[in-house]
Design a protein. Structure first.
Length: 254
């Protein structure tokens, strides 16, 4: 398993100092931000309010921005997308039932394409060469998490600023995710846990906004596909799961 960002051209690595990381507040994106910090990047975090059910994930992102001593953390409000998305997915449409296993209703139309485009605009504005998000090898079912998509959108975004890049006015960017380096969810978790320890259990994976106990923070449902995937990844990583779930996730250990 590669430990470095080997997908980046060797000649560019010494010049890369800033990375814009798209962070939801979930396990994968927080571990990605922590990993980038360990790799020596000055990390700038971007979190999106896109009309998702799981609004509490934004609070988790804010907390980890402080923990990771992020250079700058921006919350981008694009909640109008909820109306545009309509009934297309369960993450923004609260009238639909959250599935316990993968279903295409979990896929939000072009969500990562939208996020990456905005993140790249910020990267080019601050001179960052890397735009990262938390897609890993287990996310192959999501078209906008595949390595082929990452390569394509990198080319497209740089093409959109080709004149600025050629003149030196803009910085060429590389879009990257753990999937590019063949990193799966459990491997990514181990990298994050090495840096964050038990604080990693304060990340928010649940597709719902959680269940609230009086006077306490909400706890994750334990029933949705994301909670189950979280439980499996933590188990496969050989780490004791200290996440608080409203219902103990049911899964078949691998």
């Amino acid at each position: 398993m590669p430990s470095k960002l080997e997908a980046l051209p060797t000649h560019t690595r010494p010049r890369i100092r800033k990375a814009v990381c798209i962070v939801s507040g979930g396990l994968d994106s927080i571990c990605t931000a922590a990993y980038l910090g360990e790799e020596g990047y000055s990390v700038y975090m971007l979190t999106f309010a896109y009309g998702q059910r799981a609004r509490y994930e934004i609070q988790a992102a804010k907390r980890f921005a402080r923990i990771l001593k992020i250079e700058d953390h921006r919350i981008v409000d694009i909640s109008f997308m909820k109306e545009i998305y309509g009934r297309t997915n369960v993450l923004t449409d609260t009238k639909q039932v959250l599935p316990q296993h993968f279903d295409y209703s979990i896929v939000v139309p072009l969500r990562n394409a939208v996020f990456i485009t905005i993140a790249s605009a910020w990267a080019m504005s601050i001179g960052a060469e890397l735009v990262a998000y938390g897609a890993h090898t287990g996310d192959e079912r999501y078209p906008d998490c595949r390595v082929s998509f990452i390569k394509s959108i990198t080319n497209t975004l740089n093409l959109g600023e080709s004149d600025g890049i050629r003149s030196g006015t803009r910085q060429k960017i590389t879009v990257w995710s753990p999937a590019v380096n063949g990193i799966d969810k459990s491997d990514l978790l181990r990298k994050g846990y090495k840096h964050l320890g038990d604080r990693i259990f304060d990340t928010w994976s649940c597709y719902s906004n959680g269940l609230r106990e009086k006077g306490k923070n909400p706890i994750q449902c334990g029933r949705c596909e994301s909670c189950i995937n979280r439980k499996i990844a933590i188990s496969n990583a050989g780490v004791e799961d200290k996440t608080r779930y409203a219902n103990e996730p049911k899964y078949n250990p691998t």
